[in-house]
Structures are given as structure tokens and as C-alpha cells.
Design a protein around this ligand. Structure first.
Ligand code: GFB
Length: 371
């Protein structure tokens, strides 16, 4: 049978924190966690937010990524497949328990609420819409603290298995991802099992072939929307911010945070891009850079970059319509990539490129003075 029950049990979670980059970090950690517990990972849909919409949208996992390559690493099943073919038998509605570390207060809850502590797994957006997508309601809550998810540095997986055996707890359903953000160093390599779906692979290939001029191209990620400007203010009082360990190291062994790492100036962007293009001209004269592809959430700087590069005969491009996933797929294929060290969206591209041995750089890194 195609959908045979896994006697070792299942694990499911809501990617309830952040947008795609955050969810991807969490996915890699959850995959490692499911494998350490030897439970099948139920592949959740990606949670997306559209302007003007009150409820998140749930996009099936395989819209963007293939399921099969993941099987090489560990057993996985699409959430829709699990719910329609296995849930009745494995996880009947009367036995659905939500897992959280400790009590989560409901948004409406009074201070001295007489009700028993609860995970309130469906409280608010995206929590409610996520589980509603599959008509899942919870009948009880389970607090798993002080267990945690760091399966690489402790025997915690065994403790999970002892506390929650598969026969008594066939499905562990987590309120949030059983993983850390940013992704643990040890789990970065799991990126190699995330392969773009044929639709995105094809779309990226077509754009590169039909729109970009023949020859090498540099991919840029410019993260500069208003949410980002605000987020960058936290640089001042943090050791790490979002994906910063990808360039500074997980223990800041390659330096401390500084503002330009988060918000490079326009001048610095142009300077660094030109320098990289010149370096490529010298080191790889046969594979000259002919164009630049810009991905951005806000300002693509198309005219500034076009002006700066016109004398080098290099054209600057972006997608005709906003598509965060196609942007990612194209950046992954560029000959050279410059991303934002703090952004987990850039981090996705960097990890994917690392699996292919493609070169990547970060804006304003290393720090100007130290270069
Ligand atoms: O992916 P994400 O968690 O990365 O969130 P960061 C940024 C979102 O902005 C992406 C859009 O999922 C996209 O929807 N976006 C960013 C882009 N860059 C691009 C781009 O080049 N092209 C397109 N089309 N869309 C942080 C979060 O975002 O932002 C934090 O990690 C926090 O949780 C902070 O919310 C403000 O890591 O960049």
C-alpha cells in the first residue's frame, strides 16, 4: 500500500513563526529532530501572508519543493496525504493533543482563569488557520518542558522516546517548530535534500535563458523594506540577529554585528558589486559577467545599478512580478551571489549554493576597515 502506517509514529508542527526564510530554517531543524526521534515527519504547508488578508494562507509543501529527495534522508509524508489516508486510523479526532513547552496563555484569557493550563494551539493567526486547513482540533494539551530539540549535543532524543512512546503517542503535534532559529550549524547541510519543484526549476531556467543575456550573471539580494529598516535597529543591542551566524559565526568568531551588515549603503553596494565583477573578469576571463539579477522585497535599485554598470556593458534585471520563490530559485543558480548576512531569506540561497559549491558573498562583509 502507498500509505502504510509507520509504527514508529509521526511528528507534525505549525510553521507559525516568521516568513519563508524563518520557516525554512525551522524546517531543517524539524527534519533533523524527526529523524533523531525516528518518527515520520509530516510535511506542513508553508504559511504565507498577503497584504490585506487577515488569515494566513497555507501552501502545500510540494508547491515549492520535491518530496522524494527528502526521503533519502528520512521518512516524510505530505500533510494532506497523512490527513486523508492515515489520520482516521492513526490520529482519530478524539485523540489529538497539542504539544507546547509550557502553558501558552490565550489572547482573551483573564489573569485568574480557572481553566486548566492549555497550549491554545489554534489561538490567533496563523495558528488557527493552519490547523483549520486540515480540520484539526485539539482535545488536550501536553507540556513537554524541560525536553528540548538539540539532538546533536545531548541524548535528548532518547528522552523524548521514553517520555512519548509511539504506541501511546502516535502523533506529536507541535504548536511551533521543534527547532531553533537560526538553523543549527549541524543542520545546515540538510539543505541538500530541499530540491525545487519542477515548476520552479523550469521557471528559473527559462528566465535565465530567455531574459538574461548569454554569459555569467551576478545575483543580488537587497533586503531593504521598512520592516527590515526597523529590524536593523536591534543591531545596537544584540550579539546575533536572525541569520547573522552565517557570516559572523555561531559564536561570533568572525566578528560583532555592525549596522552596514544589515543595511549596506547604496554606495557600498555599487562599490562591492563592481569590485566582484572586476575580480571575475580577471580570474575567469572566459566567463565574463554580462548581467545582474536583483531580488528585493522593496527597492531593487535598478536605475542606480544600471547607471553604475552601463560602461561595463552589463544589464540589470528583475522579475516582472513579485515572486519570492522564483527570486530564490534564480539566485540559487547565479554564477556569483551577494546576499544580506542578517537575512534568513539570503541564508536560504547561501546554503543552497554551498551544496553546489557555488560562491557567495555578503554585503559589507568583512567590515570595511578590516578588508
Ligand atoms: O523570509 P524571511 O523570514 O527573511 O522574511 P528575513 C522576509 C520575507 O520578505 C520573505 C519577502 O519571505 C519574502 O516574502 N522578501 C524578502 C522578498 N526578500 C525578498 C526578495 O528578494 N524578493 C521577494 N520577492 N521577496 C526577517 C525575519 O526576514 O524579517 C524576521 O527573519 C523578522 O523574523 C524580520 O520578521 C523583520 O530573515 O529577511
Amino acid at each position: 500500500a502507498q500509505f502504510e502506517r509507520d509504527p514508529n509514529g509521526y511528528l507534525v508542527y505549525c510553521p507559525c513563526m516568521g516568513r519563508f526564510g524563518n520557516q525554512a530554517d525551522h524546517f531543517l531543524g524539524s527534519l533533523a529532530f524527526a529523524r533523531a526521534l525516528n518518527r515520520t515527519l509530516i510535511l506542513p504547508p508553508w504559511v504565507e501572508y498577503r497584504k490585506g488578508e487577515l488569515r494566513s494562507r497555507q501552501v502545500p509543501f510540494d508547491t515549492y519543493f520535491e518530496v522524494e529527495p527528502l526521503q533519502e534522508f528520512h521518512r516524510v509524508i505530505l500533510m494532506s496525504d497523512f490527513m486523508s489516508h492515515l489520520a482516521d486510523e492513526v490520529w482519530p479526532a478524539s485523540e489529538r493533543v497539542s504539544f507546547c513547552y509550557m502553558e501558552r496563555k490565550s489572547l482573551q484569557q483573564e489573569k485568574n482563569d480557572p481553566n486548566a493550563p492549555n497550549c491554545h494551539a489554534k489561538d490567533g493567526n496563523p495558528f488557527g488557520p493552519f490547523w483549520d486547513t486540515y480540520n484539526i482540533d485539539f482535545v488536550a494539551s501536553e507540556f513537554y518542558g524541560p525536553l528540548h530539540f538539540d539532538v546533536h549535543h545531548s541524548a535528548i532524543a532518547t528522552k523524548w522516546q521514553q517520555s512519548y512512546t509511539a504506541d501511546k503517542w502516535p502523533v506529536l503535534a507541535f504548536t511551533g517548530a521543534p527547532a531553533s532559529f537560526p538553523v543549527q550549524l549541524e543542520n545546515r547541510v540538510l539543505q541538500k535534500y530541499l530540491k525545487w519543484s519542477p515548476r520552479y526549476r523550469e521557471a528559473a531556467r527559462e528566465f535565465i535563458r530567455n531574459v538574461l543575456p548569454r554569459g555569467a550573471f551576478v545575483g543580488l539580494h537587497l533586503r531593504n523594506g521598512i520592516d527590515w529598516v526597523r529590524a536593523c535597529e536591534h543591531i545596537k543591542d544584540s550579539q546575533q540577529l536572525f541569520a547573522s551566524p552565517q557570516c559572523l559565526g555561531y559564536k561570533n568568531e568572525r566578528g560583532e554585528l555592525y549596522t552596514e551588515l544589515c543595511m549596506p549603503t547604496k554606495e557600498a553596494i555599487v562599490r562591492q558589486l563592481k569590485r566582484i565583477i572586476k575580480n571575475v573578469r580577471q580570474s575567469q576571463p572566459k566567463n565574463e559577467v554580462k548581467s545582474v539579477f536583483v531580488a528585493s522585497d522593496a527597492n531593487h535599485m535598478i536605475s542606480e545599478l544600471s547607471n553604475a554598470l552601463s560602461r561595463m556593458d552589463i544589464s540589470v534585471h528583475k522579475l516582472p512580478e513579485d515572486d519570492p520563490y522564483l527570486d530564490l530559485a534564480i539566485l540559487g543558480q547565479s554564477n556569483h551571489f551577494i546576499g544580506n548576512c542578517i537575512s534568513s531569506y539570503s541564508a536560504f540561497v547561501k546554503r543552497e549554493r554551498d551544496t553546489h559549491g557555488f560562491p557567495s558573498y555578503f554585503w559589507s562583509f568583512p567590515k570595511e576597515k578590516e578588508r
